[in-house]
Design a protein around this ligand. Structure first.
Ligand code: SF4
Length: 362
């Protein structure tokens, strides 16, 4: 084992983060590695911080304790439980993956990276992380934290994402055969603690003596990133349509952004174009009571674009808000229970525009 791996593992043994899915050096001997927990946590952690993931992880394992339970669950309930965690394609793939593990692998997750990669929602990183952490395989695990640590140890000056090939090569050299899962988690922990993006604490780092950037006091210069393109700003409209203490919610098209989630009706905005400010549900003018376009708007950032979403509220005096082709996908939801609807953050934020407006009028 390399000197670097030895130092890092010794540090991990004393300082590993206590995480609900992790079996670490200080875990109770009765706690066993659970591949379902490792898989679930790794899917949730894609693009999301540990502190945000923990309550969702605990909710999911309480509701659906294994692959078979998750495979049998109603997709709408899973999407609602995921609401607020973002990147909703992960939730749709979560359902598909659980069903594939249940039907094709008797509810037991495969151990090899190649097999794992065949499952929905599992790419190179996640396959490597599961293979090493859940099954102890020597796999090259490289998330953003590990990229930063590797770039600093070796002062890799090639900009990301091009630098990934170089980073993989050095990771190959330093990943040990034994305790590969602990090594990956030790690297993740180092990146999440001492080797943070800002103000790394090199003076407390267990591998300071072996780290080029630490030695030359240049850690903050790594990893080098390619210049970012500015995100386009899209605009859209959502509608609060209310009747008799209920609000009209629609299930979004499976293939659209936030697909299969419950949402407010909107005007068809997407990553490539603005919405057309037209409601896609036919309303009978004679049944419209109060209508109001709110001044305030929500600004929300997606991976490739930002969205400025405005809200129009409509109070109906009769309940025929949607036409027949919409009726299967639409539901009248009690306003008092709106928090249980599992709306994605964008629409949950849009609802506050109406609340704020009403408070302002009082
Ligand atoms: S010495 Fe500094 S830059 Fe190097 S790994 Fe440790 S914290 Fe990161």
């Amino acid at each position: 084992m390399s000197a670097l791996a030895e130092l890092l593992l010794a540090h991990y043994d004393d300082n590993a983060r206590d995480l609900p899915w992790r079996v670490g050096p200080k875990s109770s001997p009765s706690k066993q590695i659970n591949p379902y927990h490792i898989w679930l946590s790794e899917i949730m952690l894609q693009q999301t911080m540990v502190s945000t993931v923990i309550p969702y992880f605990e909710k999911f394992i309480a509701l659906w304790p294994d692959f078979s339970a998750l495979a049998a669950a109603d997709e709408g309930a899973i999407m609602a439980a995921w609401a607020g965690l973002g990147y909703y394609a992960r939730a749709r793939n979560l359902v598909k993956c659980a069903r594939a593990v249940h039907s094709d692998y008797d509810g037991v997750l495969p151990q090899e990276e190649d097999e794992l990669r065949k499952l929905p929602g599992i790419g190179d990183y996640t396959a490597a992380a599961i293979a090493s952490i859940a099954f102890g395989k020597r796999a090259l695990v490289m998330d953003a934290n590990i990229e930063r640590v590797v770039a600093r140890i070796y002062e890799i000056s090639t900009p990301l994402p091009r630098a990934k090939i170089e980073m993989k090569a050095v990771l190959h050299d330093i990943t040990p055969q034994a305790r590969a899962g602990d090594f990956a988690q030790a690297m993740m922990d180092l990146g999440a603690s001492l080797c943070s993006v800002k103000n790394p604490k090199c003076d407390q780092c267990p591998i300071y003596e072996l780290c080029k950037a630490g030695q030359s006091d240049t850690a903050s210069s790594y990893p080098v990133k390619a210049a970012k393109k500015a995100k386009p700003m899209r605009s859209g409209m959502a509608w609060w349509i209310e009747y008799d203490g209920k609000i009209l919610l629609v299930k979004r098209d499976e293939k659209s952004m936030l697909g299969a989630m419950m949402a407010l009706p909107d005007d068809g905005w997407n990553a490539r174009q603005d919405g057309d400010a037209m409601l896609k549900i036919a309303l009978n003018d004679a049944h419209i009571g109060k209508i109001m376009q709110h001044e305030a708007f929500v600004q929300h950032s997606f991976t490739h674009f930002s969205l400025k979403l405005k809200l129009t509220s409509i109070e109906l005096v009769q309940n025929d808000a949607f036409d027949k082709q919409m009726s299967e996908k639409a539901v009248w939801w009690p306003i008092k229970d709106i928090e249980q609807a599992g709306l994605p953050s964008l629409f949950a934020k849009a609802l506050t525009i109406k609340d704020d407006n009403e408070k302002g009028m009082k």
